[in-house]
Design a protein around this ligand. Structure first.
Ligand code: C2E
Ligand code: CA
Ligand code: CA
Ligand code: CA
Length: 273
């Protein structure tokens, strides 16, 4: 099933689909999840393919519900977008991720997903700036991941935001490229620092010539526009070899590491940042 109720589009198993009543109940519990300490951020490494170096980690949210167990972000993020709770949750995510990244070696960035609802919130750029100051993280170590859904509804405003982030030094990546509203105009008109090819293409690339062609085309596009491309969903060595032979810049996926608890626990301590 494909959920388009909120702004974030996610795929999930049909068994997880709920009735309207159940969704309302879940929304009510979700409201208190943060204060009850039920949220956790996991981090997944992103690697430069040329050197093998970890360039950063993407922060991915998890909700540990005492009775329901682990609730997938595909289930609760669209819900939080509907209720508006995503604003508060998103700020928590940003703050946690910045505090965590402060502990890492300085060349590593933290990538944080921004919901389209957050992106459209007035004062977003100032909020991000304030959180960076509060957490003591240099702006160039933060990369915001947004989807095209976030920019299509108000392109002028989106352009203004992206330019402000650029001026601050905050990086912005275009997430899930190739799905949804992907248009060449977006890449041409907005100053993105990175393109993330949606994982659905690489996952199918081995048995679908069309999916492989899309991966190749996006890589060529990135090269010709001088925008680095990251491929998501690298699960095995064959997929990695495809990416290497096609000149992909960066990759992320289970092959390099599953989303896992704070890397600062395992990394050598940063001298300064
Ligand atoms: P996304 O931003 O496209 O994140 C990538 C998803 O792919 C993650 O799912 C990740 O665990 C999964 N993944 C990573 N490597 C592989 C792989 O090799 N194979 C496969 N099959 N999957 C892989 P996750 O963590 O369940 O998150 C799902 C979506 O929920 C994210 O998609 C993002 O749209 C949203 N999300 C997660 N955390 C946040 C958050 O803090 N804020 C917002 N607004 N959205 C979030
Ligand atoms: Ca993402
Ligand atoms: Ca993605
Ligand atoms: Ca996604």
């Amino acid at each position: 099933a494909k959920s388009t109720v909120g702004q974030t589009v996610c795929f999930f198993e049909s068994g997880m689909d709920e009735s309207a009543r159940e969704r309302r109940k879940l929304a009510m519990v979700l409201r208190h999840a943060q204060e009850r300490g039920e949220f956790e951020l996991l981090y997944q490494p992103q690697r430069l393919l040329r050197t093998g170096e970890v360039s950063g980690y993407e922060a991915l949210l998890r909700w540990h519900h005492p009775a329901l167990g682990l609730v997938s972000p595909c289930q609760f993020i669209p819900l939080a977008e509907e209720t508006g709770d995503i604003i508060v949750i998103g700020e928590w995510v940003l703050r946690e991720a910045c505090i965590e990244a402060r502990q890492w070696p300085v060349q590593m960035k933290v990538a944080v997903n921004l919901s389209p609802v957050q992106f459209l919130q007035p004062g977003l750029v100032d909020r991000v700036r304030a959180i960076l100051v509060e957490c003591g993280l240099s702006p160039n170590r933060l990369e915001l991941e947004i989807t095209e859904t976030a920019i299509i509804s108000d392109k002028l405003r989106a352009l203004h935001c992206l330019r402000q982030f650029k001026a601050m030094g905050v990086k912005v990546a275009l997430d899930d490229f190739g799905t949804g509203y992907s248009s060449l105009d977006t890449l041409h008109s907005f100053p993105f620092d990175k393109i993330k090819i949606d994982k659905s293409f690489l996952l199918r690339a081995e048995d679908s010539p069309q999916a492989l062609a899309i991966v190749r085309t996006v890589l060529a596009l990135g090269r010709s526009l001088s925008i680095p491309v990251l491929a998501e969903g690298v699960e095995n060595e064959r997929q990695l070899r495809i990416l290497q032979s096609e000149g992909c810049d960066e990759a992320q996926g289970y092959y390099f590491g599953h989303p896992a608890p704070a890397p600062s626990l395992a990394l050598p301590k940063a001298v300064n940042s």
